[in-house]
Each structure stands twice: as C-alpha cells, then as structure tokens.
Ligand binder design. Structure first.
Ligand code: SF4
Length: 322
C-alpha cells in the first residue's frame, strides 16, 4: 500500500470541510441517540430522503426511552414510506435493549454497540465516530469510493481482501483524535466531489495525495444482480368508508398491513409498478368482496402500510373521486 501522510492529508481535508461541509440535522451537536437513529435511517436510503423523516421521528420519539416504550404499530407508522422496515423493527428492539441494559444511555464501545439488534460493523463504527468522536474507520459507500481511489485499489472491494484493504487504508488516514470531523469530511468529499462515475478532481482538496490513474473506473464492485420481474395481484374491498386489509405475512413487510392477495379475475381497477431490492413488481388490484378474516380500517385512519399499497389505494380513490 502506498503511504499517504495522515497529518498533511487531514490538514487539507479539514480546511476544505470547514468551508464546504454539509449542514445536516443530525450533525449539529448530535446526541448518541440522534446518530443512532440517523444511521439506521441512512442504511439503503439517501440523505435527502431521510431528512424529513428524521425531523418527524425526533418530534415523536426524542430519546431512547420514548422509542423503547412506544407501541410497535406507532413506530412502524412513523417509518412508513422509508422502506426496508426491518430497520424500524430493529431500531425499536435496540432502543428496548439500551433501556434495559444501559438505563437508556447508548454505549460507546464498539463490541457493545455491535451486540445491539440491527447494528452491524458499519453502524457501530459510525456511532463510535459521530456520537463519541472516536478515530475509527467508517466505511460507508462514499468513503469506500474515496479510499479506493486515493490508493488506486484495482480489485473488487466486496471481497475479503478488498474489505481488509479498505479498512487498513482508512485506518492509516485516521487522525489521533477528532473521529467525527474526519469521517464527516471524508463522507462529504465522496458525496459532493469524489462522486460515483466521473469525480470532480479539479476541485478536490486532496488531489495532491490521490494515486488514482482512472478514478471513474473505481471502486471495482461485483456485477449487479439481474432485475427479476414479478406480478402481484391484490384485492381491494371498500365498504362504507372502510377498507379491508390483512397483516403482512412475509418478512419484508412484517408489522405492516397490506391489501389481501387475490387470484387474477375480472377487471384490473388500478395498477402500479415499483422496485424492491432486485425485483420489479407489477401490482394489479381487483375489486373483491371481503373474506371473514380481513379486517376493516377507516380510510381516514389507515394503519402502517407499505408505500406501494398506500399509493395504489390513493390512486384508486382519486380515480373514483372518493
Ligand atoms: S483527486 Fe479525484 S479521484 Fe482522487 S480523491 Fe479527489 S476527487 Fe477523488
């Protein structure tokens, strides 16, 4: 591994960050709880999409205790629309564990953090750095890209060798203290200058340290899995201002309510297409009579539901001017 002098590198990076760092709601004077919530929300979701959810969440669940003692249905309702609902269930379980084991104070120790539900190596490092200012490598997608380019790493970053290299290279750049500032600066560099595709090297504050020969080709990743198309038929049953739903049986939308599955029959009254993980789903809705185990909910007060099902109901109501 070619060596970059951490002190000089950090001087250049931090000068740039003081002038160009992003202002984010979970960055101004963050509590460990702010950081934990934001890191759960940011898994698989963009900063722009997370910001309004984060603000609403903090109004309703301002600390570990308020989240730990909230009913699951309310937690899911506040997550509704962010997707990947296992994150909400895990965050709720993590809050309960923090309240029970640590009296509501989030631990700063990496091993204790990793023992919490839903907290993997990345989230533990992010909480240690952003909440406790520890100088530890934080390797989100932005920082992985910056590190792979800085060190011109020409191998697949998803392999064991690739992960080890990134960890060692990122560790070699750490300052002695000030982990929060360092990780935030690297992250913002990746998000705004050293972006995926063609980076803006001419504007880069650390270009004097960068060894990339063809940065647009880095980082090297495994080929993306092919998208699979699925057809999904659902029943829409309305009666006197109420709609009939069932609890989602599957792991993906566990804890949410969904339109009941249906056999394709008669006229499709509404449809939409959505993407989930590596699937493209064509959702078709038919009108149907309710079955005894379907549960009615007032249209004005729906339980937590996945976005595609909420959207297809809204589209149908709009179409019928209901
Ligand atoms: S010089 Fe270019 S490739 Fe290297 S870190 Fe800066 S933006 Fe990224």
């Amino acid at each position: 591994m070619l060596k970059i002098t951490a002190v000089d590198f950090n001087k250049a990076l931090q000068k740039w960050f003081r002038a160009h760092g992003r202002v984010l709601p979970w960055r101004s004077n963050p509590s460990p709880y702010d950081v934990l919530v934001s890191e759960f929300m940011l898994q698989q979701t963009t900063v722009a999409a997370v910001q309004p959810y984060f603000r609403r969440w903090m109004k309703r669940f301002p600390d570990v205790a308020s989240l730990a003692t909230a009913p699951e249905e309310e937690v899911m309702k506040h997550w509704q629309g962010l997707g990947y609902y296992s994150r909400a269930r895990n965050l709720h379980r993590a809050a309960k564990a923090i309240l029970a084991q640590f009296g509501g104070s989030i631990p700063g120790d990496l091993d204790l953090l990793r023992a919490l539900p839903g907290v993997g190596p990345y989230t533990a490092s992010a909480v240690a750095a952003f909440a406790f200012d520890q100088p530890v490598p934080v390797l989100d997608a932005n920082i992985q890209r910056v590190i792979a380019r800085l060190f011109d790493f020409q191998e697949n970053i998803a392999t064991a060798v690739g992960k080890k290299f990134l960890h060692q290279a990122a560790s070699s750049l750490l300052p002695k203290k000030g982990g929060r500032y360092h990780a935030s600066a690297l992250m913002d560099l990746g998000a705004t200058i050293c972006r995926a595709g063609q980076p803006e090297c001419a504007a880069c504050p650390v270009r004097g340290f960068c060894q990339a020969t063809d940065p647009a080709m880095l980082p090297m990743k495994p080929a993306k899995k092919a998208i699979t198309q699925l057809e999904d038929w659902r029943a829409l049953s309305l009666r006197e201002g109420e709609i009939f739903l069932i609890p989602s049986p599957g792991p993906v939308w566990k804890g949410l309510w969904v339109l009941p599955p249906a056999q394709p029959c008669g006229e499709v009254i509404c449809s939409l297409t959505y993407a989930i993980t590596r699937y493209k789903v064509n959702l078709h809705v038919f009108q149907a009579e309710p079955l005894p185990d379907w549960q009615p909910f007032p249209l004005k007060n729906l339980p937590p539901m996945p976005s595609p099902h909420r959207k297809v109901i809204a589209a149908f109501l709009l179409q019928k001017k209901l």
